[in-house]
Design a protein around this ligand. Sequence first.
Ligand SMILES: Cc1cc2nc3c(=O)[nH]c(=O)nc-3n(C[C@H](O)[C@H](O)[C@H](O)COP(=O)(O)O)c2cc1C
Length: 180
Amino acid sequence: MSDSILLGLSGSLRKNATNRKLLREAARLFAPGTYIEADLKLPLYDGDLEDAEGIPEVVQTLADQIAQAHAVIISTPEYNKGPSGVLKNALDWVSRTDGKPWMDKPLAVMSSAAGRAGGERAQMILRSYMVPFQPRILPGPEIHLSDSANEFEADGRLANDRYERNLQNLMQKLRAEAGI
Ligand SMILES: Cc1cc2nc3c(=O)[nH]c(=O)nc-3n(C[C@H](O)[C@H](O)[C@H](O)COP(=O)(O)O)c2cc1C
């Protein structure tokens, strides 16, 4: 299906985030289809804000993008052995929207981090964060990209064939899970 939609959520907001680069490489290997990168620059979850103003438009947009995507990929950095607050905040906000957008959604997760373990602990915690939302999360192959600053070429391509092969395998499984 060439009109399939793949949505990417990067747990790192910065423009040159290696997690963003990893997602874009995943999207390249997932192709054909449309790749959309979600905007996770959301207000901090605050029950008073929700009571006063309801679900912010940026949050509803994110929830709608998740609902409409054929498959979703999430890449998290590791901050002090856990996923980023940006990502947790986004998951918390989306859980406040109607319609259970994650339910049965084909989902692949990955991590990119400076440390030797490539964010393995952060990714395990991210997997446990997703349990209540009941997506169809792929068990593997697991992608823990270590020494992240040195693993991408200037054009954004993965420098190491081993990561590329595993990522290709993961994206093939994601397409199969999504039935596309
Ligand atoms: C607050 C903070 C905590 C960090 N803690 C870890 C860590 O526990 N493990 C690790 O491998 N890297 C850690 N790092 C380094 C990140 O892995 C590195 O900045 C990574 O490239 C971030 O992903 P990005 O390139 O997508 O922004 C930390 C960085 C920050 C800013």
